[in-house]
Design a protein around this ligand. Sequence first.
Ligand code: PMP
Length: 384
Amino acid sequence: VATRMRGLQQSALGAMTVRCQELGALNLAQGLSQVPPPASLLAEGAREFETVGHSYSQPEGLAVFREAVAGKLKRSSGLSVEPTTQVLATVGATGALMATLTALLDPGDGVVLFEPFYSYYLSSLQVLNLRPEPVRLTGPGFRIAEESLRAAITERTRAMIVCTPNNPTGRRLTAAELKIVSAVAEEHDLLVITDEVYEDIYFGPDPHLAAATVGGLAERTVTLGSLGKSFSVPGWRLGYACGPERLIGAIRIAADSLVVCAPAPLQALGARALNLDDDYYRGFRAMYDRKRRLLAEGFAAAGLSPNEPEGAYYLFVDCSRMGVPSGVAAAERLLENGLVGTVPGEAFYLNPPDRPYVRACFSVPDDVLAEAVDRLASGDFLHG
Ligand code: PMP
């Protein structure tokens, strides 16, 4: 086994899923997306497959898919990308990230991660021998502070990864925060990778703010997206990378070497999904808004402090009132005393978090949520 695999193991998320199965617990750990995809879309599937066939697409993806991505980004956030040269179909957002890191960074290069971060960033960096440079988000609001970002930049720093709306905090980056990112990136000539897989899941009236629409970011930013989140089809493994032609051109070559292309028949169906009208997206957000409130009530009834996410489909719950030393202990107590599975906050940090956090996913059916709320409201979680 290669040295780069040292320390890589089954993710905390996967491990919790196994424990939930063993104990018969409700699994709010992994974003398994048990929410069904839009029925109209699936009804089109067979016909679409017949038309496009079952072969490969070009490495960059089907034209119809790339056009749909460009149109959708324009409508949802005003982000302008040219479909033939600035959009690449990928094997999920994960495939987009791997191809981006492979194409644009060399072993040993430093990559800034804002802590807490989506745990796959760390494992992706590790398998490519890249160096994580964590920057702690500040305060209960998990904001980017300019001083801590500047303090983390080293001689080796080449890139930053941001995520908005954020997994696990549910925060959406503000224009002010993105301007800090833009200024520091320009000053140190850094690549910016922005993970916007949750761009369609936000609460409140303000539309999605795409990083690449702020300051000078467009020319140095690769935007990652996924159909898995927006259309509840994570198993399709379909996503995209967008950005300047010189970057996307190199990423396309890396992606071709890694995986040839994204699933071609699903790209055709994906184009239909991306073209769904505003009613779909509005209903989708309303559904998650309802689920988020429901689960938050459960944690509050348990005496814990859930955050109020601005987007994505997770609660990041401060379990300080349990009096436990870590998120690991908090997750364990939720599991043992209530048969509710969550992810310990530590899974999203390189250095230990300052509070015992757990992350709970609300992308689950209403009956599972209702049962979780019952268990949270009736269990004793504040005493060991
Ligand atoms: N980025 C974030 C922030 C995520 O939460 C996830 C899924 N959990 C992904 C990327 C992965 O997306 P995909 O399934 O398209 O690879």
